[in-house]
Design a protein around this ligand. Structure first.
Ligand SMILES: C=CC1=C(C)c2cc3[nH]c(cc4nc(cc5[nH]c(cc1n2)c(C)c5CCC(=O)O)C(CCC(=O)O)=C4C)c(C)c3C=C
Ligand SMILES: [Fe+2]
Length: 416
């Protein structure tokens, strides 16, 4: 566990500074004392020396792993003419490189001994800690068409996401044959992982789209709930127990290929927020839209963040939580018990062509059956009060193979 929630938050650290300027290399104050970046990180619950093991057992890392602070997500296309044998070698090389980088090691020499040697590792993470790096591989539906000799070998439930209500999708932000998700508590560590994996794949894969995410917008077990760019606590009622992971996230169907059992399905949606409009909206309307209050994150039927929402509560003849609010529509109680594991991140692409903030939520969710997302978004896309402030512009689905055993590589049996 990444150990959040312990110690002092950065906000409290800075509050302790009395608003004063930090001295020298200090980034904040703790009890009136200037502290170094390392001390501040430790007080914030960060342990940059933490390393996860790539060969974790049944499930790939980066799914149930408590969300780290930064994300680099890349969708890639496989170059026409690539053979299954070449893909097999690529998956083997990628698996070895992922395992190495997650330990905090370079993927090869940074400083070749021969003066005319080209470095194998790009070097920008050379002196950095592992920072809880996880790299997760996903396989898109296109991988199993007739281009690479893998037709008919795909997971049972892997199919393009159908067109959904309120979609404003841009083709250049959708789809992909492969996905690489790198998460770490140091953005440079996540960036390095993707950069070096793409370098290893040069000639076989090309980048389709990329999202750089920050300020995790979901909470794992034991983590303090973070806030999304609407200023709302996001992740309060996320999947956190092993029982829910088994019931809703990990593929167990014996009819799925062996390399998928223990894996999952990953859905991404790049969701732009109309931040200027949201910022000009009254607090009452913000509460109504989500069905929770803003500061505490409590359901409107309760007082504290983790109070169970009462969707039947009525005040002055009206439902306390509006049935078209985001949480009323999304809650498992109102969806036949269905749940998804959310693991999204905030993103910003600067300003758009109109000079407005180009930012939002890069929604990532894991589930054992993609129909759970499709059914939910079909409902949200029709009537969610939140739709007035958001637009779904990107969409993709990937099958996430189970973790390989030590000495093996991701999706190895796909090539048998
Ligand atoms: C299709 C699934 C979902 C999409 C797309 C989605 C987008 C989205 N959500 C927020 C903000 C919040 N969502 C919250 C809860 C919540 N959201 C979903 C699903 C999708 N959200 C679920 C299943 C839930 C849990 C509902 C419940 O059980 O009560 C919350 C409340 C806090 C929490 O429980 O996490 C917020 C806030 C935004 C801004 C957004 C698109 C930009
Ligand atoms: Fe949501």
């Amino acid at each position: 566990m990444a150990g959040e929630g312990k110690g002092l938050s950065r906000r409290r650290l800075l509050a302790g500074a009395g608003g004063g300027a930090a001295a020298g290399a200090a980034v904040g104050f703790l009890g009136g004392r200037a502290v170094s970046p390392a001390e501040a990180a430790a007080a914030d619950g960060l342990d940059l020396s933490r390393a996860y093991d790539f060969y974790t057992g049944d499930h790939q890392v980066g799914i149930a792993t408590p969300p780290q602070r930064h994300l680099v997500f890349m969708s890639l296309d496989v170059v026409e003419g690539t053979t299954a044998e070449q893909l097999k070698v690529l998956f083997a090389r990628w698996s070895a490189a992922m395992a190495t980088m997650m330990k905090g090691n370079p993927v090869g020499s940074v400083e070749p001994t021969r003066s005319n040697g080209v470095p194998q590792d790009t070097g920008e993470a050379y002196d950095l800690s592992p920072a809880s790096l996880t790299v997760t591989l996903g396989l898109g539906p296109g991988l199993f068409d007739d281009r690479f000799g893998l037709a008919g070998r795909g997971p049972k439930l892997l199919a393009e996401i159908p067109r959904l209500p309120s979609d404003e999708l841009k083709p250049e932000l959708c789809g992909g044959d492969l996905a690489l998700q790198a998460c770490a508590d140091d953005p440079q560590v996540a960036y390095h992982a993707i950069r070096d994996l793409v370098r290893i794949g040069r000639g076989l894969v090309t980048t389709r789209w990329t999202v750089l995410g920050f300020g995790r917008a979901s909470a794992g077990k034991g983590q303090k709930t973070p806030r999304n760019l609407m200023g709302l606590k996001d992740g309060t009622r996320n999947i956190k127990s092993e029982e829910d992971l088994d019931e809703f996230v990990w593929v167990a169907d014996p009819d799925e290929p062996a390399w998928m059992r223990g894996g999952s399905y990953l859905v991404t949606r790049k969701i732009n927020m109309d931040i200027e409009v949201w910022d000009g909206t009254t607090i009452d309307t913000q509460h109504l839209t989500i069905g929770r209050d803003k500061a505490e994150g409590a359901p409107l039927s309760g007082k504290k963040e983790f109070d169970t929402p009462d969707f039947k509560a009525v005040r002055d003849g009206k439902p306390v939580i509006d049935p078209t609010s985001h949480v009323a529509l999304a809650a498992s109680e109102n969806n036949g018990g269905a749940k998804i594991l959310r693991r999204g991140y905030n993103f910003t692409d600067g300003l758009n062509s109109l000079g407005q903030l180009d930012a939002g939520l890069f929604f990532i969710a894991f589930m054992k059956d993609p129909a759970t997302f499709v059914d939910l978004q079909r409902k949200l896309g029709r009537v969610d009060l939140l739709n007035e402030y958001i637009a779904h512009v990107g969409s993709a689905i990937f099958a996430v193979p189970r973790a390989p055993k030590s000495g093996h590589f991701l999706a190895q049996e796909l090539f048998d």
